[in-house]
Design a protein around this ligand. Structure first.
Ligand SMILES: Cc1cc2nc3c(=O)[nH]c(=O)nc-3n(C[C@H](O)[C@H](O)[C@H](O)COP(=O)(O)O)c2cc1C
Length: 344
């Protein structure tokens, strides 16, 4: 039962290999603080048995929000709420990670100035962003560092840097959105520079014994954009400072993606094999058999579930109970229900 076996990275051990994928809930208010909704929502998935709960994209500055109902981590009031949310998740037996994010040109908060590596919009429905100056780049890097410092103080177990889905960092990584003429473009290494500098800044305040994850889009699904070979080069350029890569795809430009069962798993498997790094697979992983095969076949170390956990927060304990109705993953007050459902 590989998905129900523990997984250790850095000094952190997860009780199993099931991760709640980060999902924006648009349920805060303009303050970006944790609401009652978040405690119930994330707490339920923790009691439901996930090993690691990755919080939704949490903005490192006001202009880094996708909408003005995103969570934020750019001030101490937000950090206080997040610290109490970490306690709730721990109470449910899961580890807690926060996804540090900057929306870049996909910021839709009307009173914020959206920024990007280059002044090109995502689509006609979005504003044209301001091109970041070197000072602006330095400021963003500092915001990621300060966010990581707050995440540490809030006792998060893991940080994931959101470098996928067409948001600010991805906009630097992809040749389709990065048209700069300075040291942040011109080669793979230069497009990687912004992410590398963020990782280095984060590492100054986020100790080596705590895992640092990076989420990447392995393909832009467009000619001239990121593809799996280029993504492997990117991974090789930062893997010394990253504990695990979370492999997603798309989002840079409004190109439709054909979502089939496990549609991104091959990307994760290729990166795991060719760059020799731990990876998490995500994307229409919905059944126990499928997740177990992904881990057992060595395609990924962890599996992340998104929409499936929105439908069914108890997915991990239900499937674990099918093999052992006395499983310790099941919260004690719930065990009678499972013993009755799955008698010996
Ligand atoms: C409602 C919703 C919100 C999402 N928000 C985020 C997000 O904040 N950060 C992120 O990296 N991915 C986000 N995603 C993508 C998911 O993390 C996941 O990668 C994707 O849904 C595919 O996995 P699934 O098929 O298990 O849902 C979101 C997806 C959904 C459905």
């Amino acid at each position: 039962m590989p998905i129900f076996t523990p997984f250790t990275f850095s000094n952190l051990t997860l009780r199993n290999r099931i991760v709640m994928s980060p999902m924006c809930m648009n349920s805060s208010d303009d303050s970006g603080t944790v609401q009652e909704f978040h405690r119930i929502h994330y707490g339920t998935r923790a009691y439901g048995g996930a090993g690691l709960i990755l919080l939704e994209a949490t903005a490192v500055e006001g202009a880094g929000r996708i909408t003005n109902r995103d969570l934020g981590i750019w001030n101490e009031q937000q950090a206080e709420g997040l610290a109490s949310l970490v306690k709730t998740i721990h109470e449910g037996g899961a580890k807690a990670g926060v996804q540090l994010a900057h929306a870049g040109r996909k910021c839709t908060v009307d009173y914020e100035q959206s920024v990007a590596p280059s002044s090109f919009h995502f689509s006609a429905d979005y504003r044209t962003p301001e091109e970041l100056t070197q000072d602006g780049i330095d400021r963003c890097i500092e915001q990621f560092k300060q966010a990581a410092r707050r995440a540490y103080a809030a006792e998060f177990d893991a940080i994931e840097i959101h470098a996928a889905h067409g948001y600010l960092i991805h906009e630097f990584l992809s040749p389709l959105s990065n048209r700069r003429t300075d040291q942040y473009n011109g080669s793979t290494d230069n497009r990687l520079r912004f992410l590398r500098e963020i990782i280095q800044a984060v590492r100054q305040v986020w100790p080596a014994e705590k895992p640092l994850l990076v989420r990447l889009s392995a393909s832009d699904y467009l000619p001239g954009g990121l593809n799996i070979d280029e993504t492997i080069r990117l991974v090789n350029g930062i893997k010394a400072d990253v504990d695990l890569f979370d492999i997603s795809s798309g989002g840079l430009l409004p190109t439709p993606i054909e979502e089939t069962t496990g549609y991104q798993v091959d990307f994760a498997a290729a990166i795991r094999q060719k760059a020799q790094v731990p990876v998490m697979a995500v994307g229409l992983i919905t059944t126990r058999e499928q997740s177990e095969k992904i881990v057992a076949d060595g395609q990924a170390d962890l599996v992340a579930l998104g929409r499936e956990l929105l439908r069914n927060p108890y997915w991990p304990i239900i499937f674990d109970a099918q093999r052992n109705a006395q499983s310790h993953l099941i919260p004690k007050p719930y065990r009678r229900a499972f013993a009755e459902a799955y008698p010996k």
